[in-house]
Design a protein around this ligand. Structure first.
Ligand code: PEP
Length: 277
């Protein structure tokens, strides 16, 4: 059955959970804050109760919220959040529209469930499935063609951070993974240091500010004014205890959250911290 995507229309959302900013040329623009939960290979239908709790807890000024469960749970997650502002996304898609790709899922299949987002280029795909920047870029283009917003992940390894190569590495990853034609509507970029994912380690606020400011500059140089509207998420061990500090950074528009998105009791304080930032 084809499901109609529940993406809120641009005319109905812009004043909620947004931050109003000004470009150097004096143009005003808004980036709606966004929290995305990546369940990875976790969850079963029992976890839908957490989505029910989250659905019932959102205030009118809540940021945009997306949950990305494993693909077999997409339809259940859509049903569990029906009537709520929570959106649903996939965790990966294939670059092709169909064909002999056993085990893979096309972006259009994700969109048909009613999902509106898909994560591409997560480090667990880049490392575990040998995905190159070029592959990630093709997947983002496939996501756009299916009407999905691509959450494009980039991030440096422990060794690259130790070697002082972070800024260069993630600038190169961004440029090579981001297709031409990226806009605020079709693209979100998530900066996720690999060494911070699932480890409890988090960069300092100064390091997060440095990377996100650099990424904003790269987006502006590449895309012009369109680069002001693309949201930049931080990801890597975001918890209720550190979220408020991370959200102080001007170019952090939200978070991509793994472990702490599995329980409403952990995810809700992160959403609240973002709303208050
Ligand atoms: C992630 O999987 O994208 C992630 C950031 O995980 P965690 O929050 O558990 O570090």
């Amino acid at each position: 059955m084809f499901r109609v995507a529940r993406r809120p229309s641009a005319t109905t959302i812009p004043m909620l959970g947004t931050s109003l900013k000004q470009t150097k040329k004096g143009h005003m623009y808004m980036r709606r804050k966004l929290t995305a939960g990546n369940w990875k290979m976790n969850g079963n239908r029992g976890l839908m109760a957490e989505l029910g709790t989250l659905s019932g807890s959102q205030s009118a000024d809540a940021p945009e919220i997306v949950i990305c469960p494993p693909h077999p749970l997409l339809t259940r997650a859509i049903d569990a959040t029906s009537g709520s502002p929570i959106e649903i996304g996939g965790q990966d898609c294939h670059a092709a529209t169909k064909g002999a790709y056993t085990g893979d899922v096309a972006a259009s299949m994700i969109a048909e469930t009613g999902a509106t987002f898909v994560i591409v280029g997560h480090s667990e795909r880049r490392d575990g499935h040998s995905e190159s920047d070029e592959t990630v870029r093709s997947k983002a283009e496939a996501a756009w063609a299916a009407g999905l917003t691509a959450i494009i992940c980039i991030g440096e390894s422990d060794a690259e951070r130790a070697g002082n190569d972070t800024l260069q590495i993630i600038a190169e990853q961004l440029q090579a993974s981001l297709p031409d034609g990226a806009t605020a509507e079709n693209t979100v970029v998530a900066y996720e240091p690999i060494w911070a994912i699932g480890t409890g380690k988090v960069p300092t606020l100064a390091q997060i500010i440095e990377t996100h400011d650099m990424l904003r500059g790269e987006l502006l140089t590449r895309l012009g004014d369109a680069g002001t509207g693309i949201r930049l998420l931080y990801g890597g061990s975001v918890k209720p205890t550190n979220a408020a500090e991370i959200f102080q950074a001007e170019n952090v528009d939200g978070a991509l959250v793994g472990g702490a998105s599995l329980k409403a009791a952990d995810f809700q304080p992160i959403i609240d911290a973002l709303a208050a930032s």
